[in-house]
Design a protein around this ligand. Sequence first.
Ligand SMILES: Cc1ncc(COP(=O)(O)O)c(C=O)c1O
Length: 457
Amino acid sequence: MPDKSNTRQLLLDAAQRGANYRENIAARSVAPAADALLAVEQFIEPLSADGCADSDVLAMLDDIGSPATMAMASPRYFGFVIGGALPVALASNWLCAAWDQNVGMHEVTRATSTLERVAMDWLLEILGLPQESAAAFVTGATVANFTALAAARNRVFSSIGWNVEADGLIGAPPITIIVSEETHPTVFKSLGMLGFGRNRVVKAAVDGQGRIDIARFPSISGPTIICAQAGNVNTGAFDPIAEICALAKPQGAWVHVDGAFGLWAAASPNRAHLCAGIEAADSWATDAHKLLNVPYDCGIAFVRHAAYLKLAMSIEAEYLITETEFRNPSDYTPELSRRARGVDVWAVLKSLGKNGVAELVDRSFDNATRFAAGLQKAGYEILNEVVFNQVLVTFGDDDVNRRVIDLIQEDGTCWCGITVWQEKSAMRISVCNWETSEEDVDRSLDAIIRIANQERA
Ligand SMILES: Cc1ncc(COP(=O)(O)O)c(C=O)c1O
């Protein structure tokens, strides 16, 4: 029988350790030290017969695990597109974990499902999306794309008299899926999971920034789903969504927008022009664990016509209490049981308000611009137009870039990764963290430029 006499002490110990970790994060090397990574092997051991004290479990996690983590919550972590978990969201996440709510059914978990409903309404408001839309709180943008495209699948097939939920895709009439040459791989994965196939797509041509070139957009005819993008994972560029919707709507095509990080531009009056016209689309996917700085895992799918999402996702069973006047969360998500991840979204929105979210978005853009200006001044080529939070810089050929990036990661001041942009090797800087200051950018620039100059010399 697990020991419950020490629960308070154990939880306080976890909170202390977590707080220490966060307090030290800006001071430590962003990448873990080699000896800390070696120590991880201590986790690889046979399962004991009798276990050990809970306090020892926690101590082992902290003593070996904490130093070996990549400091993704650091204000100088610029890899992939990674947010940093605002303190209020981390705190709400801890409290919610203590509640241990399974938010699938509103009638059973009214507190958390009400908080998710409020978070949904606030999100629709700040993102400028149709207020009648439904939202699903899922693990990330991959599943948000999947969820929204499941609603699209329902709608497109029902428009041609086919019940895809009941009858599947075997023998179904063909439909067309238009993506772009720069659609994120998770959209292809979602298309595969939905039975459309990753390859049975028509690809729209893009320009030098990765935006769909509307002049070369494929002609639309018959039942069609179009996948557009707000925020290219390399350049940060936005597809011309208003123009795409203008072509799609008269044909009855469904437009889905993958806005994993870019959709947040809509929350800032200074950056909202990037998302102009998105409200005309039918569905949108985003991540709260990116620019909103909510802890992992938290993505959101929005669907204008709630009914299609519900038809794709809802289930009934005698033992489930799914009938309610209120919004029943599991009617909109692939999962039945899940944690109430929308509560962390609520906590951030409640804490920051509209202006605070806009400021978060603006600061990422300002810091990205500062990076680009500093690197350009030092003589390095920026490959993208910095419109949002992404910067692509090259120090030379692929070998030089790889060496410079390895040394930057080893140096530990900051962390950036490699990519290839339209056949050119580049280093990718993604500014997402709520805590990143101008000083963090300048300190990182000093390290990057020092290392690149040495390597070139
Ligand atoms: C445009 C885009 N779509 C989808 C994703 C996938 O997001 P997640 O890893 O949260 O599933 C990403 C991740 O960076 C992205 O940039």
